[in-house]
Design a protein around this ligand. Structure first.
Ligand SMILES: Nc1ncnc2c1ncn2[C@@H]1O[C@H](COP(=O)(O)OP(=O)(O)OP(=O)(O)O)[C@@H](O)[C@H]1O
Length: 248
């Protein structure tokens, strides 16, 4: 049986109604440490709404979202970020006129800065962290370049880096490889494998090759509900999933 303490995220009976329409309807799923979970499903299945509910952008009608045992449904967005949940939206929200270094530096968590006589130590800690993250997101050589000069894929990585520098334990990404080249997709898969060495990732994705490459487990949504869940092989051979994807 599932034991709550084993899970980074436990979503149970989650429901949200918009004027009586249940966009998410009694959804439960559980994410483990170091897991890459991918949510797939047709348009309008409720995938984005689930991420909105977890990050507090949308308030649930019913159900529970526990992150490391802490109930999130009553918290505000910034409190959820502070608890350790980072979310990347589809469109990058980087500062185009600033350099890669400055974008990462700006995202360094303010609460962790040490003021006063320790300014030098603080600055060095920030610089070290920015370098470490830049290396991870393949932008070490671009640190002094304006973000506007980056490719679409590099901008996506920079935004992932801006989340990573805040050290979230759960990172949520909405279609991270949309618009990326084949080689950028490969690098993104490697990046996700690397970052889940000490955190969990929840991804919404339509690109099935990418899903196959990265997913530990897949949750298939349909009309606000979980249709199927398990390994990619399991859900791909599930007759319910085949029916929904291949039509009638
Ligand atoms: N704030 C809202 N008010 C009313 N309806 C909403 C709201 N947010 C989402 N919906 C509806 O809920 C349903 C689920 O939307 P959602 O964006 O979660 O689907 P999705 O699976 O992410 O789809 P896509 O793959 O197209 O992004 C849709 O019918 C959408 O119109």
């Amino acid at each position: 049986m599932y034991q709550q303490k084993d899970f980074v995220l436990s979503v149970e009976g989650l429901t949200v109604s918009f004027d009586g329409f249940k966009a998410v309807n009694n959804v439960s799923f559980y994410i483990e440490e170091q897991e890459i979970r991918v949510i797939i499903g047709p348009n309008g299945a409720g995938k984005t709404t689930i991420l909105d509910l977890i990050c507090g952008k949308t308030k649930s009608t019913e159900g529970s979202i526990k992150f490391k045992g802490k109930e999130l449904t009553k918290l505000r967005e910034h409190e959820i970020v502070h608890a350790g949940v980072g979310r990347k939206f589809q469109n990058p929200s980087i500062y185009e006129d600033l350099t890669v270094f400055e974008n990462l530096e700006l995202s360094y968590p303010k609460g962790k800065k040490v003021w006063g006589a320790l300014t030098f130590t603080r600055d060095q800690a920030v610089i070290d962290k920015v370098n470490e993250i830049a290396e991870m997101i393949f932008l070490k050589e671009m640190l002094q370049s304006k973000a506007s000069l980056l490719s679409h894929g590099q901008k996506q990585w920079l935004e992932i880096g801006m989340l990573l520098i805040q050290d979230p334990e759960l990172l949520m990404l909405d279609e991270p490889v949309a618009g990326m080249s084949v080689s950028e997709r490969k690098q993104t898969a490697a990046l996700l494998q690397k970052i889940t060495q000490d955190r969990s990732v929840l991804v919404i994705e339509h690109d099935m090759h990418f899903v196959e490459e990265i997913a530990d487990r897949v949750t298939v949504m349909h009309q606000g509900q979980v249709l199927s869940e398990g390994s990619m092989d399991h859900v791909q051979s599930d007759p319910k999933v085949i029916e929904v994807y291949l039509g009638h």
